[in-house]
Ligand binder design. Structure first.
Ligand code: ATP
Ligand code: MG
Length: 352
């Protein structure tokens, strides 16, 4: 364990809760790939998070295994290098759950009760939500801080959870300040303040059925999202069916403000092409949605088609995927073990 300031490290996770979609790709995975050039990266399939929702949503044990391999396949198909960086599944490194327990005793109930994701996911039947769903952001703080990660690429929906991770890091550093310094961490800052990286034109891709709702794996309507494994016909069908309004596309970006569905489709096109929304409107402004949608289908199929095909190939070889996760878990465990030893000393747990 370095006793000076931590170097930069990227950590992020994706839940194996169902079909990976365009939002996961544009909001998170595209950034994961880019960051490999400049940082040491750890990308985690967060299976412990996946079981916070009912089995009817996460699918039960067989689905969980299948989805875990599918998310791993998506990482690799999108261009993540599991040799140069670390790709693993969360449950193979026990430090995540262990550190989450310690953080449960640092975080405050009041902090968690403000989390909007819990409110949205628990819905009206809050009494019946799992304790794990309520505690989700604490486990997420443990995921990040177990590796002293400094940068966390996520979609916009995770901003509030990142703020909570920062609060937990700061409170741990404060609560145990003397002990931290006593163990040789002279600046008293054991955990860094992880920074969210929420960048790009599509940090919040919305549902194709409702422009006010985030595109989500757990949305019961498959037509609400474009899955990475959808074939060309399905992508075309979903885009053609996507909700729009009767007006032609505006020529200026401010014309998108009161039109969430149009804004979303223009944002998706811009993100897939790597151009700005203004440029997209320069080309399609004043025209009908049908023309724009045809162009969007072409761009989406060209970008996602090869990734989906590679994913399908990779999941045919579960032994290979398992070996990647085992290797990544071993390397993650080596880092996590150092953190947990230091945390136990700082908190005052006797260890051999
Ligand atoms: P679930 O509905 O099960 O929560 P999800 O679609 O939100 O699934 P997660 O595994 O929770 O997927 O999130 C993985 C990453 O994808 C996170 O960084 C999250 O912020 C990002 N993300 C999820 N949905 C979107 C979206 N619609 N637009 C942009 N980024 C997204
Ligand atoms: Mg989510």
């Amino acid at each position: 364990m370095q006793k000076t300031k931590t170097k930069t490290r990227v950590f992020s996770g994706v839940q194996p809760t169902g079909n990976l979609h365009l939002g996961n790709y544009l909001g998170a995975i595209v950034r994961f790939v880019e960051l490999q050039r400049t940082h040491d990266c750890i990308y985690c399939v967060v299976d412990l998070h996946a079981i916070t929702v009912p089995m009817s949503v996460c699918g039960g044990p067989t689905e969980l295994r299948r989805n875990t391999r599918e998310v791993t396949a998506a990482f690799i198909a999108a261009g993540i290098d599991p040799k140069k960086h670390i790709v693993f599944n969360q449950s193979q490194v026990s430090g995540h759950a262990e550190l989450a327990w310690i953080f449960n005793c640092v975080a405050r109930v009041g902090w968690l009760s403000r989390m909007t994701q819990f409110k949205e996911k628990a819905g009206k039947d809050r009494e019946n939500a799992s304790v794990g769903l309520y505690d989700y952001p604490v486990l997420m703080a443990a995921d990040i801080l177990l590796y002293h990660a400094t940068h966390v690429p996520v979609g916009e929906d995770q901003k509030q959870h990142l703020e909570l991770s920062r609060d937990i890091a700061q409170k741990f550093n404060n609560d145990f300040g003397d002990s931290i310094r006593g163990h040789g961490f002279n600046d008293g800052l054991f955990f860094p303040q992880p920074e969210p990286l929420i960048t790009g034109p599509a940090t919040r891709v919305m549902s194709l059925r409702d422009g006010t709702k985030k595109m989500s794996k757990s949305d019961s309507s498959d037509n609400s999202r474009i899955n990475l494994i959808d074939d060309a016909d399905t992508i075309a069908q979903k885009i053609r069916k996507a909700k729009t309004d009767p007006e032609p596309l505006p020529s200026e970006e401010k014309g998108l403000t009161p039109r969430p569905e149009a804004d979303n489709l223009v944002g998706i096109y811009a993100a897939l092409q790597g151009v700005s929304k203004a440029e997209v409107l320069g080309q399609f402004g004043g025209g009908q949605f049908s023309t724009f949608k045809t162009a969007l289908v072409d761009v989406a199929v060209a970008k996602l088609g090869p990734i989906g095909a590679e994913m399908k190939k990779l999941v045919q070889d579960p032994v290979y995927i398992n070996s990647i996760l085992a290797d990544g878990s071993q390397r993650a465990q080596a880092i996590a073990a150092e953190t947990m030893k230091a945390v136990k000393d700082i908190v005052g747990f006797v260890r051999a």
